[in-house]
Design a protein around this ligand. Structure first.
Ligand code: PRP
Ligand code: ADE
Length: 181
């Protein structure tokens, strides 16, 4: 469980950048958190605890910031890491999914052989904004035959209503946000 002091520490290490990458966007920059080993460790431990609590057998991280968070969680929890990459970066046979996000649209891919029926996947990312990225990742994991047991993010941007968009697609799967603004 994430207590108030943990949430306060994590939130204090996220920097607001106005009008980035486009006018009107309040960008939540996690680089100060990554540069603070105590905060990064607290974050890794909290996400690893979620992975274990939900009985995950695979950790899916979303390129690029999701990789930074999910990789140490995989090591900490002893669970395998599966990268979901932006299109065109994976060398093997892939499944792909297009999606919209707060400031654009994109396509994500996963190696088809990395996920299969029986796998219990926790999807990890840094930010839930409009929910488009998370929705696409859930779809991708399910198309690969695996089960999504949780979606976990560091920060939920409540004012963008991503949770409401995502919930019908989650079909009861918990969306865990360590902090919400
Ligand atoms: O909820 P959404 O509106 O879909 O937005 C959330 C996504 O946006 C950011 O990724 P981005 O594609 O900017 O890429 P990056 O991780 O490579 O910086 C962030 O890391 C999430 O993956
Ligand atoms: N406002 C935001 N800050 C950081 N990452 C994001 N991804 C989508 N919207 C974002």
């Amino acid at each position: 469980m994430t207590d108030d002091s943990t949430r306060e520490l994590l939130l204090s290490r996220i920097r607001d950048v106005t009008d980035y990458p486009k006018p009107g966007v309040m960008f939540k920059d996690i680089t100060p958190l990554l540069a603070d080993p105590k905060a990064f460790t607290v974050l890794t431990d909290a996400l690893a605890e979620l992975a274990v609590r939900h009985g995950a057998t695979k950790i899916v991280g979303l390129e690029a910031r999701g990789f930074i968070l999910a990789a140490p969680v995989a090591v900490r929890s002893g669970i395998g890491f599966i990268p979901v990459r932006k299109a065109g970066k994976l060398p093997g046979a892939t499944l792909s999914q297009t999606y919209d996000l707060e400031y654009g649209s994109a396509e994500m891919e996963v190696h088809a052989e990395d996920l299969r029926e029986g796998d219990r996947v926790i999807v990890i990312d840094d930010v839930l904004a409009t929910g488009g990225t998370a929705e696409a990742s859930v779809e991708l994991v399910r198309r690969a035959g695996a089960e999504v047991v949780a979606v976990a993010v560091l920060l939920e941007l409540g004012f963008l209503d991503g949770r409401a968009r995502l919930e019908p697609h989650l079909r009861g799967v918990p969306l865990e946000a360590l902090i919400k603004v």
